[in-house]
Design a protein around this ligand. Structure first.
Ligand SMILES: Nc1nc2c(ncn2[C@@H]2O[C@H](COP(=O)(O)OP(=O)(O)O)[C@@H](O)[C@H]2O)c(=O)[nH]1
Ligand SMILES: [Mg+2]
Length: 281
C-alpha cells in the first residue's frame, strides 16, 4: 500500500469530549481533560498510525460562540484539515450553536465530515436511541454534503477501532509528515506544564484563578528518573495561599496527581517539585 497522510480536526463545543477522544485514539494521554469548559487552551496535535496511513488529529479549544478567539481556533483547524469531526455531547443534547456551526461549515468546506454523538456509554439504551434519533433529525435537516453521523464512546475500544477504520478510508495518499513513531509535536516540557494545569483545573474548582501560568524551570531526564521543577505563577498573594492550601495539603495533592500522569506519560519514575510564586503571569 502507498503511504497515506492526513489532518483530522476535532471540533465542537467545550466539554463535548474532544480531548478525551484524542487520548483514547492515541491510547496515551497527551491532552488534558476536565469537566470544566476551556481546559484545552491551544491547539494540540496527536498522531495515530494505521498500517501505511498516518492520521494527524488536531485537538482544539471548544468553539463557544461567546469566545471569538476559540471559534477562530476551530475554523483554523477545519481549514488545515482533510477531514473534519464535529463532536456533540449526547448527554447534553443538540444545541442551536451546533446547527449554526455546521451551517457555516457547509458554506465554507466540502470536506469529508463526521458528526459524532459522544459519551454514548453514559446513556442507557432507551434514552440513547431517543437522543440519537433527535440527532438524526437535526443532521438530516442540515442536509450536509459528504457527512456521516455516528455515535461514539471514548470508553469503548470497539467504537474507537471502528472509527479509526472508517476514518482511514478518507485519508489521502501522501508522504508522512511525521516520523511513524511520533505521537505528538508537543515538547516534553509543554506536556509537563499541561499536566500540572490539568490538576489545577480539577482541584481548584471555582477558586481557580483566571490568570495563572505554569513554567517548567528545570527538566532533566536520565535512565532512572525524570526530574522536574515547576513554578505556578499567580497575580495575587491570596491566590497563592489558595493553591498551596492549609498546611500545603492542596499543593501536595496537585503535585501527586500530576506526577502520576507524568509517570504514565514518560513510563518512568518522576520527581516533581512545584513552587507557587506571585508575579507576572
Ligand atoms: N463517560 C464518558 N465521559 C466522557 C467521554 N468523553 C468525554 N467525557 C468526559 O467529558 C468531560 C469533558 O471532556 P473533554 O475531553 O475535556 O472535552 P473537550 O472540552 O471537548 O476537550 C470530561 O469530564 C470527560 O471525562 C466518554 O466517551 N464517556
Ligand atoms: Mg479539550
Amino acid at each position: 500500500m502507498n503511504k497515506h497522510c492526513g489532518y483530522i480536526a476535532l471540533v465542537g463545543a467545550p466539554n463535548a469530549g474532544k480531548s478525551t477522544l484524542l487520548n483514547a485514539l492515541l491510547r496515551r494521554k497527551i491532552s488534558i481533560v476536565s469537566n470544566k469548559p476551556q481546559t484545552t487552551r491551544t491547539r494540540l496535535l496527536g498522531i495515530v498510525m494505521r498500517e501505511q496511513k498516518q492520521m494527524i488529529f488536531l485537538d482544539t479549544p471548544g468553539c463557544s460562540a461567546k469566545a471569538k478567539n476559540l471559534v477562530q481556533a476551530s475554523w483554523d483547524a477545519c481549514e488545515d484539515a482533510d477531514i473534519i469531526c464535529y463532536l456533540v455531547d449526547l448527554t447534553r443534547g443538540w444545541r442551536k450553536d451546533d446547527t449554526l456551526f455546521l451551517e457555516k461549515l457547509k458554506e465554507t468546506h466540502q470536506k469529508k465530515l463526521f458528526v459524532l454523538g459522544t459519551k454514548s456509554d453514559k446513556l442507557k439504551k432507551m434514552p440513547l436511541s431517543k437522543m440519537f434519533q433527535e440527532f438524526q433529525a437535526h443532521f438530516s435537516e442540515l442536509n450536509l454534503q459528504q457527512a456521516t453521523l455516528e455515535k461514539i464512546s471514548a470508553k469503548k475500544p470497539e467504537d474507537l477501532t471502528f472509527f479509526l477504520d472508517t476514518l482511514a478510508q478518507y485519508v489521502p495518499e501522501s508522504e508522512w509528515y511525521y516520523e511513524p513513531d511520533q505521537q505528538t509535536d508537543s515538547s516534553e516540557t509543554f506536556i509537563c506544564s499541561e499536566f500540572i494545569r490539568e490538576q489545577l483545573f480539577r482541584q481548584l474548582g471555582e477558586e481557580l484563578p483566571y490568570q495563572l501560568s505554569v513554567l517548567i524551570e528545570h527538566f532533566e531526564k536520565t535512565d532512572k528518573i525524570v526530574k522536574i521543577h515547576a513554578i505556578i505563577k499567580v497575580v495575587r498573594e491570596s491566590q497563592k495561599s489558595i493553591i498551596i492550601g492549609r498546611g500545603g495539603t492542596r499543593l501536595k495533592a496537585i503535585g501527586q496527581m500530576a506526577r502520576e500522569s507524568l509517570e504514565n506519560y514518560f513510563n518512568q519514575k518522576v520527581f516533581l517539585k512545584i513552587f507557587v510564586k506571585k508575579g507576572e503571569v
